[in-house]
Design a protein around this ligand. Structure first.
Ligand SMILES: Cc1cc2nc3c(=O)[nH]c(=O)nc-3n(C[C@H](O)[C@H](O)[C@H](O)COP(=O)(O)OP(=O)(O)OC[C@H]3O[C@@H](n4cnc5c(N)ncnc54)[C@H](O)[C@@H]3O)c2cc1C
Length: 40
């Protein structure tokens, strides 16, 4: 779904590890910035 970003255990195929969740969060922030830059 465009504009919906998730991180951590709520993702599909996640490794269910804290470090993955933290990395996902950082990546999600980047993706939000890209998304807003593209679509705002
Ligand atoms: C028993 C156990 C042991 C683990 N041991 C390890 C380990 O040794 N090493 C490791 O790397 N990983 C371990 N994990 C996995 C690790 O805890 C998770 O991968 C990580 O916490 C995922 O982070 P998250 O932010 O995605 O989810 P969570 O840490 O689960 O955070 C989700 C948050 O959302 C809140 N929430 C839920 N529903 C709502 C709602 N409707 N409204 C508002 N808030 C809501 C919850 O209260 C919670 O605070 C373990 C997990 C468990 C259960």
């Amino acid at each position: 779904m465009p504009g919906l970003f998730v991180a951590g255990d709520c993702r599909s195929s996640t490794a269910k590890r804290v470090a993955f969740a933290v990395g996902d969060g950082a990546l999600a922030v980047n993706c939000v910035h890209d998304y807003l830059g593209t679509y705002s």
